[in-house]
Design a protein around this ligand. Structure first.
Ligand code: ZN
Length: 450
C-alpha cells in the first residue's frame, strides 16, 4: 500500500498546493474557506457542507458568517500605511466593520504588535466577542506619526453558514480511519496550509489503492468545525478505529506525535514505531487536553483513538501565529517526510495482522523453501533472515506483526514482507479470530450505541 502512495515528487506537490491556497483569507466561516475547498476539489471530489449560523452543536452554536472585502489605515495624506490587500494578517479575524477617523492614541487601542519580534505581524482573532483590530509589525507602529488616521474594515458578520469539506475513500470494510485538519487560518504556510495540502494529496493518491479500512478526510475550521462535525456524525463516530489530526507538517523541526487520550491505541503504537524508524529524533508526547481538534475527538464522551502529528509543537517556535510562518518557513523535504510518516503508519494499521506459525515445533527449514537466499529489496540479507525468525517465533496468534517488529527492532515493512513470504511458503496463516475482530468491531458499532 505504502509503495502505491509514495512518489519522489510528493513534497513538491504538497508545497505547490500549499502555495496556491496560501494567499486566501480564511477564517472559521466565510468565503475564504469556500474558495480553499474549491482549490482542493481540483484534486479530490470532496463534499462541501454548509451548516447554518445558529445551529446547535453540543454546548456550542454555529457563529455568524464573517466575510471581508477590504481594510486599511490611511495617513492624513491618503497613503495606505496598512493595507489588507497586501497581507490579510493585518486585520484581526472576525473584526466587526468600522469606518472613520481616529487619532493615533485611540487607534493604538486597536493595534496588535509583537514588541519582542518587531519585524513580524501577529495573527489575532476575535471569534466569540465582537471587536475589531489591526495587526502590524512593531517597527511600523513606532514609525506612525502622531496624527489622525482614516480606518476602514469593510467586513460583514451576518447569518450565513459554517463551511467544511469531507472526503470518503471506501475500503473493504466500513470501519474508518479519520484524518482531520483545520482550515481556518489566513495566510500562514505551516499552520495550516501544510496539513490541508498534505491530506488532500494523500486522499488523491489513496483513491487508486485498495484498502481494508475506509478513510474519512475532514477539512474543517478549528474547534467549532470539529464540534459541529461530531454533533452531526455520531453514527459515523462509532465506526472510527484510528485517527490522526494533521497540522503544521512542513517546518524544519523534528516531528512530534501526540498520543490519543487512550494512550495505547494502535495508532499510538504505529506512530511511535514509524517515528523511531523514519525520524528517530522525533518526539512522542502523552495526551493533554490542550492543542488542536484532538481535544474534541478525545473529549471523554467520544474518547476516540485519534492522535496528532505535527513537526515543531505549536507555540514553541518564534514564527508561530505570525507573518514569519510564510512559504519560506516550509520545505518540500519536510512535507515529504511528514507524508511518509503518515503513509507508513497507515501501512501498519492496514496490515497489522496476527499470524499463526503452522510448523511451531522447532524451526522450519528455510533453505528448502527458498527462503534462505538473498531476496533483494531494502532490507539486508541478515535482517531478512532475522525477520523470518522473529515472525516464525512470535506468530502464535497473540502477537501482532507490529508487536513483532517492535520486539525485533525492525521496520514494520520488513516484518510484513517476511510474513508475506512465509505465508506464500505455507508456513504461516492469519489467526482465525482475526476476521472476527472486524466483525466484532462491526457489531460493537450497533451494540455500543445504547
Ligand atoms: Zn493556529
Amino acid at each position: 500500500m505504502i509503495q502505491r502512495l509514495d512518489s519522489p515528487t510528493i513534497g513538491e506537490e504538497i508545497f505547490s498546493l500549499a502555495s496556491n491556497i496560501f494567499p486566501i483569507c480564511r477564517s472559521i466561516t466565510g468565503n475564504g474557506v469556500r474558495e480553499t475547498l474549491r482549490c482542493l476539489r481540483q484534486h479530490i471530489d470532496l463534499t462541501v457542507h454548509e451548516v447554518p449560523s445558529g445551529t446547535d452543536a453540543f454546548d456550542w452554536s454555529v457563529p455568524q458568517e464573517w466575510n471581508i472585502r477590504d481594510a486599511f489605515i490611511k495617513d492624513s495624506a491618503g497613503n495606505r500605511v496598512i493595507d489588507f490587500r497586501s497581507c490579510n494578517l493585518h486585520v484581526v479575524s472576525y473584526s466587526t466593520p468600522v469606518r472613520g477617523w481616529l487619532p493615533l492614541s485611540e487607534l493604538k487601542q486597536h493595534i496588535h504588535t509583537l514588541p519582542e519580534q518587531p519585524d513580524l505581524i501577529p495573527y489575532r482573532t476575535s471569534y466569540y466577542r465582537p471587536d475589531w483590530g489591526f495587526c502590524m509589525t512593531h517597527n511600523q507602529l513606532q514609525s506612525l506619526k502622531d496624527e489622525a488616521y482614516e480606518v476602514l474594515i469593510d467586513s460583514s458578520l451576518e447569518d450565513g453558514s459554517l463551511t467544511y469539506g469531507e472526503y470518503l475513500h471506501r475500503g473493504a470494510t466500513d470501519l474508518e480511519v479519520l484524518l482531520s485538519t483545520h482550515i481556518c487560518h489566513p495566510s500562514m504556510a505551516n499552520d495550516n496550509c501544510s496539513g490541508v495540502s498534505l491530506l488532500t494529496l494523500l486522499a488523491k493518491r489513496l483513491a487508486g489503492v485498495k484498502t481494508r479500512y475506509s478513510y474519512r478526510f475532514l477539512f474543517i475550521p478549528g474547534t467549532i468545525g470539529a464540534i459541529v462535525w461530531l454533533s452531526r456524525n455520531e453514527s459515523v463516530v462509532s465506526r472510527i478505529r484510528h485517527g490522526l489530526v494533521v497540522t503544521g507538517v512542513g517546518d524544519g523541526g523534528d516531528p512530534t506525535y501526540k498520543k490519543s487520550r487512550r494512550g495505547c491505541s494502535e495508532i499510538d503504537a504505529a506512530m511511535a514505531h514509524v517515528l523511531r524508524h523514519i525520524a528517530p529524533a522525533g518526539e512522542v508526547l502523552d495526551f493533554s487536553p490542550y492543542g488542536y481538534d484532538e481535544r474534541q475527538y478525545c473529549s471523554p464522551g467520544f474518547n476516540l483513538p485519534v492522535g496528532r502529528l505535527q513537526r515543531s509543537q505549536f507555540a514553541t517556535f518564534p514564527e508561530y501565529h505570525t507573518s514569519g510562518d510564510d512559504l519560506d518557513f516550509i520545505h518540500p523535504q519536510h512535507l515529504a517526510q511528514s507524508y511518509r510518516l503518515i503513509t507508513s503508519a497507515l501501512d501498519v494499521i492496514e496490515n497489522n495482522l496476527r499470524m499463526v506459525n503452522l510448523l511451531p515445533r522447532c524451526e522450519p527449514q528455510l533453505g528448502r523453501r527458498g527462503l534462505y537466499g538473498s531476496l533483494g529489496g531494502e532490507a539486508s540479507h541478515a535482517s531478512q533472515i532475522m525477520a523470518y525468525l522473529w515472525v516464525l517465533n512470535y506468530s502464535d496468534g497473540e502477537h501482532s506483526l507490529l508487536d513483532i517488529a517492535n520486539r525485533a527492532d525492525l521496520p514494520f515493512a520488513t516484518i510484513r514482507a517476511a510474513a508475506g513470504r512465509l505465508s506464500a511458503a505455507g508456513l504461516l496463516l492469519q489467526a482465525t479470530d482475526q476476521k472476527d475482530d472486524a466483525d466484532r468491531a462491526g457489531n460493537m458499532t450497533t451494540a455500543s450505541k445504547g
